[in-house]
Design a protein around this ligand. Sequence first.
Ligand code: PLP
Length: 437
Amino acid sequence: MTSQRGAWAPQSEHIGYAEIVQKAVKSSDALYRNGLGMIASENIVSPAVRDIVGSDLHGRYAEGLPGKRYYQGCKDFDTIEALGIELAQKVFGAPFANIQSISGTVSNIGALKALAKPGDAITAVSTADGGHISHARMGAVGLRDLNLTTYPWDEERMEPDVDAACKTIRDVKPKVALFGQSVFLFPTPLEEMANAAKEVGASVMYDGAHVLGLIAGGQFQDPLREGADLMTGSSHKTFPGPQGGFLLSSSEDETFHRKLNNAMFPGVCSSYHLHHVAGKVMALAEFMEYGEAYARDIVSNAQAFAGALAAEGFDVLAESRGYTASHQVLTRHGDLDSGAGAKAAQLLEDAGIITNMNMLPGDTKAMTPSGLRLGVQELTRVGFSKEDMEVVASFYARVLLQGEDPATVRNDVHELKQNRQTIGYCFNEDERSGYPE
Ligand SMILES: *Cc1c(COP(=O)(O)O)cnc(C)c1O
């Protein structure tokens, strides 16, 4: 008798597709295992989180909130989500937390749904100054049909020009004053601008996508106590969890809490990816144990890396402010709009160092920018020390300043990374590699 499985024996062409995808996944795994992942929005997850993300929860649904479900079979997931809400409230010091969002962008769409109506005004940082696409007409702000005014920007300090931004807020009288960026070197001087926003009745929203782990670890700023009503963010950048988002609020108002929960479900999610939610809860538990040390090490590694790059002769931005107070470092590699950043990023990839080109102040074209945005959060996670960051800076110099063949440098990159495979700041440290084998 032919089994059902036998009846499904694939045609060779279809097996070919399967081999292509399997091979590419293995190759991508190896690229990051052997190379240096330095994209500021990325991270790797702990073995405990990785197990959960691969669990059966992947295929399940739970709509609603713990104890109030539309489906059966949710008893265990109720335990998980209820614990996660409690841990998120503790880790971020937030009276309200929703952990369902499937990404930082979805958190922002949900937040804007809760805070504003189509046609309302919003103020935010422009994408040219480092604001995220979801803060722009092309993204969530446009999707909600909000009228955007951007803040005047202080290029020297790499932050909103506080006096001018307060004036913008008082003139525009937005429904939402949104703060936070994707290019994020220094804490936002929030209090004065938040006060201006409150004067005109605006909600203050802070997008902490990049810096959420630094905030939770007490190493950046504390937006919910500096005037933000709402904080959104990703769970996978400096916060070292699986891909997803958070929605956090300083408000004690239960009507507002209901509005925020409704904005996530049924607002912007049906299934909210239970395996990722459970992974977030594990990451929150690990963060309670190790998060402060992790955040501190990230910032000191970023500062060490920036200093080492400058010593090698690179043009590192914000020298007058000590280069950075976050996980990010910005470097300029040529004239504005010259595409020098794109060229540098390609040469570095050839050497096994994965980065991204980025617009810097004055650049006007996203595809031919002059700079790079670099992040040290992943390298920190696998044990890179400040001395290691100097070695990494020397790799950059060999490839980009001394014109050495990237293939030669790649050998040294692989050798350095060989002994930096174990993920730290998590339970079961030392037992398993931070990278899938
Ligand atoms: C990365 C980022 C987001 C989007 O997060 P995703 O999880 O990628 O959707 C939102 N806001 C800012 C400021 C970001 O940098």
